[in-house]
Ligand binder design. Structure first.
Ligand SMILES: Nc1ncnc2c1ncn2[C@@H]1O[C@H](COP(=O)(O)OP(=O)(O)OP(=O)(O)O)[C@@H](O)[C@H]1O
Ligand SMILES: [Mg+2]
Length: 361
């Protein structure tokens, strides 16, 4: 399955590591869990001794709190700015705790209860009426019946009435299927069932969520990576892996990435490394975005000229990312290149400054 899939789920990408953790796991497991809490923690933040890679870069105590929440009867709600690895963290936690991360609902304005709970195979429904055979389980029903983690991505994008269908599964641990009769009309959650939801602070907020549902979640905020070196190392590792998968024969240049990550951080925070105020872009300048720009820079360099990308490629790629939804942002970006890149030491800063005319408009 690994061969031609663009991005297999975490339990497939890291199957070897999960097997190793299971073998060496002598800790107690919460009921229904595939790993102990400590082994699950190692899976997410890494363990050098066992050769487990660090996958989520961030506060280990956040990961501890998240895991403890999953062992209680509350759901876990990960909130934060776009591109701070909320989805990645939820995927890793689900893979560690229940061995699968694919029981996932993608929230949106058109999400219906059918897509969350269950629907019907209409041919069978017409032929033999509602029965366990004609029932088509969706992630929530499967998670409850199998005792696994259900992921609910971007929950706040769903209509409020739809979000509320989580209420009785989370509080009473039961899902009613009124169309069926007898014992099949109630699905009781097995040990191990819980929900990890994610919500983006730029979308419609979690404030609008019903108070009843909010009470059934513990909230954790995922923050952007605080220091430059850590973010740079992550962007380098991720971009290198992505470029290799894209058939690019050269790793990204460290000095180009340094300029890229520095510029992203400064435009995100509205402050330079030296503490001077600068324009802050209204678009998203997240780590996830930095990774995808680094990928694009490498692709441009390699497929257009057979070399790793340069700061000039960076300018070309920035226009499509940084100044997506606001013409103001393009002007701010131009000002940044003129005023900030112009005054700095280093070949790549110089190249960035000289390529500023590549910005459109
Ligand atoms: N702290 C981090 N640790 C590991 N990877 C990170 C981190 N921050 C950003 N990334 C990068 O960002 C990608 C994850 O972005 P992800 O889609 O999970 O973010 P998100 O917070 O869910 O964003 P959105 O709100 O837009 O859905 C990762 O694949 C990785 O390349
Ligand atoms: Mg996400």
């Amino acid at each position: 399955m690994n061969d031609h899939v663009q991005r297999p789920p975490a339990e497939v990408r890291h199957a070897g590591e999960l097997a190793r953790l299971r073998e060496n796991d002598d800790g107690d497991r919460p009921p229904g869990w595939a790993l102990s809490l400590r082994a699950a923690r190692s899976f997410v933040i890494g363990d050098e001794k066992l050769g487990i890679s660090r996958k989520f870069v961030g506060d280990p105590s956040l990961v501890d709190r998240a895991l403890v929440t999953l062992a209680t009867s509350r759901g876990l709600m990960l909130v934060g700015e776009p591109g701070t690895a909320k989805s990645l963290l939820s995927e890793l936690l689900a893979a560690a705790v229940s061995g699968t991360s694919t029981l996932t609902v993608q929230g949106g304005a058109s999400t219906t209860e059918d897509q969350i709970k269950y629907s019907w195979n209409y041919a069978l429904l017409v032929a033999e009426g509602p029965s366990a055979r004609s029932l088509v389980p969706a992630p929530l029903l499967r998670g409850m019946a199998e005792g696994r983690v259900v992921r609910f991505e971007e929950i706040t994008r769903c209509p409020l009435e739809v979000q509320d269908c989580l209420l009785s599964p989370l509080s009473d641990r039961v899902l009613a299927v009124p169309e069926l009769t007898g014992p099949e009309s109630m699905v009781f959650a097995k040990e191990g069932f819980t929900v990890i939801a994610t919500a983006n602070t730029r979308d419609r907020g979690v404030n609008e969520m019903s108070a009843a549902l909010k009470r059934r979640f513990n909230f954790e905020t995922v923050f952007p990576i605080p220091d430059l070196d850590t973010e740079l190392a992550l962007v380098e590792a991720e971009a290198t892996a992505l470029l290799r998968r894209s058939g690019v024969g050269a790793p990204p240049r460290r000095d180009v990435l340094e300029v890229l990550v520095t510029a992203f951080r400064e435009l995100r925070e509205g402050r330079t490394g030296r503490g001077d105020a600068t324009d802050r872009l209204s678009g998203v300048m997240s780590t996830a975005e930095a990774v995808s720009v680094a990928h694009a820079v490498g692709l441009r360099g390699w497929f257009l000229r057979g070399e790793p990308g340069t700061a000039a490629d960076l300018v070309s790629c920035l226009a499509g990312t940084a100044a997506k939804d606001d013409p103001e942002d393009l002007a701010k970006l131009r000002r940044y290149l003129e005023q900030q890149a112009g005054g700095r030491h280093g070949d790549q800063w110089r190249a960035l400054y000289e390529a500023r005319h590549l910005l459109p408009g």
